[in-house]
Design a protein around this ligand. Structure first.
Ligand SMILES: Cc1ncc(COP(=O)(O)O)c(C=O)c1O
Length: 391
């Protein structure tokens, strides 16, 4: 029985199951086992040196006071400048809000759009915390099932069925977690048109942007016309700064004042130290480091994808486009995702994430592998899985 002093809204928030697996993995390590971590959405790379040095300089210079709620003007300008350089986009820095991670960006963006009873459409599978964020704002998360047949993104007819007068937004990610699926400009524009015709906002989480392995980079939704697109991004993944807790949102003009008021109230400002460090994230030296890491992640993806395929996992006909995950169908092994993840951890000391962390649509048939570890570790994990499957 839960304590009646606790909020019923908070009690409805579901745990992030991968955290429990992580804790179990740590317990096994404490017993002396070598656990191979393919569950964590965080590569093993350290933060690029120029970023660390910029953070150290800021600390030495005593830059430890609050920044404006929307972020350091120089960082907002640097982010806008990066969109100019990479995508040829003119972006008013006033639309850029620096936030405590993409998580902070999602809080203020959803806070600005979601009133009690209003709906937010989310992909299933998708990043699990989004459903909880919507609930915390009194909103109603509505799932749209996606899978390989829809390229991991909402299908037009499904979307039409779900879009209604109570719908505040459609929230998608490209590249997506857990599928790695990305969206081209045409597909994004189709979604934008459909969503804005229904009077709602399209929120595109681009946190894995930069981690795309095709010949051309995926587009940003900021290239779309109109004033009904919000982009969420972060320094966590591509820039290797998970623990610095820094991200951003780019919002349309009509949201600027509201998001600013929410930022002032919810967190006052993002970490000052992290913001100064992030100014070095766009320097040529950092870009070179990040480009090399992208190549390394691509090689890791290829090893893990081919290895899983050879072991009989259904990983589709081509490797995922981006992020650092492989969402594998395991139906042929006759175990559900939770049992398989649990047994693989307990019996082969390989940690992965069950599909049930990402939704309900065919979730029991899936598990997520993260290629956030070096190739020898992935190869070792594949050997252990092979032995486990054979035994
Ligand atoms: C799709 C997606 N959005 C947002 C986040 C939150 O990232 P952060 O708050 O570290 O920027 C994550 C983290 O894994 C994610 O996968």
């Amino acid at each position: 029985m839960s304590d009646s002093r606790l909020s019923s809204v908070a009690l409805d928030v579901e745990p992030f199951r991968v955290m429990a697996l992580l804790a179990r993995g740590k317990a096994l390590e404490a017993q002396g086992h070598r656990v191979l971590h393919l569950e964590i959405g965080e590569p093993d790379f350290p933060t690029p040196e120029p970023v660390v040095e910029a953070g150290q300089r800021a600390l030495a210079a005593g830059l430890t006071h609050y920044t404006p709620a929307a972020g350091l003007p120089a960082l907002r300008e640097a982010i806008a400048q990066d969109y100019r350089q990479r995508y040829g986009l003119e972006l008013d820095p006033r639309r850029v809000f620096v936030t405590p991670g993409a998580s902070g960006a999602l809080q203020v963006v959803l806070g600005a759009l979601v009133a009690p009873g209003r709906e937010v459409l989310l992909t299933d599978p998708g990043y699990p915390c989004n459903r909880q964020f919507v609930r915390l704002h009194g909103g109603v998360p509505v799932s749209i099932a996606v899978d390989a047949s829809t390229n991991g993104q909402p299908d037009a007819q499904d979307l039409a069925r779900h879009l209604g007068p109570r719908c505040a937004a459609l929230l998608i990610a490209s590249p997506a977690n857990p599928t790695g699926a990305g969206l081209g400009l045409e597909a994004l524009e189709r979604l934008r048109r459909q969503v804005s015709e229904a009077g709602a906002v399209l929120i595109v989480d681009e946190i894995y942007q930069g981690l795309e392995y095709g010949d051309a980079p995926l587009p940003t939704a900021l290239s779309l016309p109109g004033d009904s697109v919000v982009v969420i991004n972060s320094f966590s993944k591509f820039y290797g700064m998970t623990g610095w807790r820094l991200g951003w949102a780019v919002v349309p003009d009509f949201m600027i004042d509201t998001v600013e008021r929410l930022a002032q109230n919810v967190y006052l400002a993002a970490s000052t130290l992290s913001q100064h460090a992030a100014l070095a994230a766009f320097a040529p030296q950092t870009r070179a480091i990040l480009a090399a890491r992208r190549q390394e992640l691509r090689a890791r993806r290829d090893v893990l994808w081919q290895g899983l395929r050879d072991l009989g996992f259904d990983v589709g006909t081509a490797p995922p486009q981006g992020a650092f995950y492989i969402y594998a169908n395991i139906a042929r092994f006759g175990l559900d995702g939770e049992t398989l993840s649990e047994r693989l951890l307990e019996e082969a000391y390989v940690a992965i994430t069950p599909g049930s962390d990402f939704g309900v649509h065919r979730a029991r048939e899936h598990v997520r592998f993260a290629y956030t570890q070096p190739i020898p570790v992935l190869e070792y994990a594949l050997q252990r899985i092979a032995r486990w499957l054979g035994g």
